[in-house]
Design a binder for this molecule. Structure first.
Ligand SMILES: *Cc1c(COP(=O)(O)O)cnc(C)c1O
Length: 393
């Protein structure tokens, strides 16, 4: 798996990317955003567990992880155990929490790579204890697992309902091979316009913390806040925050900007590969979904839905060429798309085309692509495919 720069084709050797389509990640922006959010929620950078799952929200997981740690992040969070293993193999030594549900056969990998587990039921907690005891019996080496216990306050995804939370915590505290590093939950509605929708789930977790009293180790940390919660409601920050999206400088939508001072860290560029003049009425791309309304000039750009530039944006997408916003016309193809430069527009082969980012005075944001596609910025970012090489800006 390539997470940063080399371009892999199936199992072939990595080859140098020669195509002009690339994603540029700005580590200085990532560092800035981490400090900004740490200050906003009053925990400082050390209170931020930076979420780098799904290839660092498309930015390149390793580059993102290194930038956040350089800015003082207290640790990292990933979605799956494999992502944590990748970070360890690259030599990262910080705490790494795996947010996803635990599967039994993964337990030895968690131990080998010192990854923190999310334990989401008493059954799974006992499974971990038994598995550790079995490993110890086999070779006589003592084993301990660092775990975060997951409480479901709002989401109905993984975790024990808050009502059963006290019993769950008690079971786990009684399992001596488990080191309880945290107890956490997740908001379902942190990004909804009405921020009071965080009140009830927050109160459920706080009530559990009061009930737990001194039954848990002193170093156990409580957390619930994602980006939107950390930025909008510093009272949800508790001992740690787990932001992703805002650390990358991406807001929830063009209208809902919870941390407007955050700087976008991703630039997605390509280049003009063909220029032509078409006559009025000429049909463009598959299905001739667009016809030239007059004699006009088109540029072809080597990027498409096979790179994660969604086909569903057909008819709405725009790109920047020579500092001007130009419409993408006709169906977006797998590897290519066409842009209308207008009757008097010019572009030369090799001219930079900006899909996301600024050029001159104009700027296109991930939030704009999400709006054109009718989705959320998260899906645009994580959809940028592996065949687009990532570069450091
Ligand atoms: C992805 C994820 C986050 C980060 O969410 P953002 O909205 O990107 O800040 C935090 N916690 C959990 C459990 C997650 O799965």
């Amino acid at each position: 798996m390539s997470f940063l720069s080399e371009y892999h084709i199936d199992h072939a050797q990595p080859c140098l990317p020669l195509r002009p389509t690339q994603v540029w990640t700005d580590p200085a922006a990532l560092e800035h955003n981490l400090r900004l959010l740490g200050a906003r929620c009053e925990l400082g950078p050390g209170g931020v567990l930076a979420v780098v799952k799904a290839n660092g929200y498309g930015h390149g997981m390793l580059a993102a992880a290194r930038a956040f740690l350089a800015a003082g992040a207290g640790g990292l969070a990933v979605g799956f155990v494999e992502e944590g293993i990748l970070l360890r193999r690259e030599g990262l030594e910080c705490p790494i929490l795996v947010l996803g549900g635990l599967v039994e056969n993964q337990i030895p990998a968690y131990l080998d790579y010192r990854l923190e587990m999310t334990v989401s039921s008493p059954h799974k907690a006992r499974l971990v204890q038994e598995r550790l005891l079995a490993l110890e019996a086999a070779d006589g080496r003592p084993r301990r697992a660092r775990v975060h216990l997951k409480i479901d306050t709002d989401m109905e995804r993984i975790g024990v309902h808050a009502a059963g939370g006290a019993a769950f915590l008690e079971v786990c505290a009684g399992l001596d091979r488990l080191e309880i590093a945290g107890v956490y939950s997740h908001f379902a509605n942190a990004d909804q316009p009405d921020s009071t929708r965080m009140d009830a789930p927050l109160e459920r977790l706080l009530e559990l913390r009061r009930q737990a009293g001194s039954g848990l180790p002193a170093e156990c940390r409580w957390h619930i806040a994602n980006s939107a919660a950390a930025a909008r409601r510093p009272d949800t920050a508790l001992d740690l925050v787990r932001p992703g999206l805002l650390l990358y400088g991406v807001q929830h939508s063009a209208e809902l900007a919870w941390l407007p001072e955050a700087r976008p860290a991703l630039r997605w560029t390509s280049a003009v590969v063909y220029f032509k003049v078409v006559e009025a009425g000429a049909g463009v791309s598959y299905g001739h979904l667009w016809r030239a309304p007059c004699r006009t000039r088109l540029a072809t750009v080597p990027v498409g839905y096979g790179d994660g530039y969604p086909r569903g944006m057909t008819g709405r997408a725009e790109v920047l060429i020579r500092g001007r916003r130009c419409p993408v016309v006709g169906a977006i193809c797998m590897d290519q798309l066409m842009v209308d430069l207008g009757p008097a527009g010019t572009a030369y082969n090799g001219d930079e085309v900006v899909l996301v980012g600024s050029q001159g005075a104009e700027r296109i944001r991930v939030e704009d692509l999400a709006c054109w596609q009718g989705t959320i910025p998260y899906e645009i970012l994580t959809g940028i495919s592996e065949r687009v090489p990532r570069r450091l800006a």
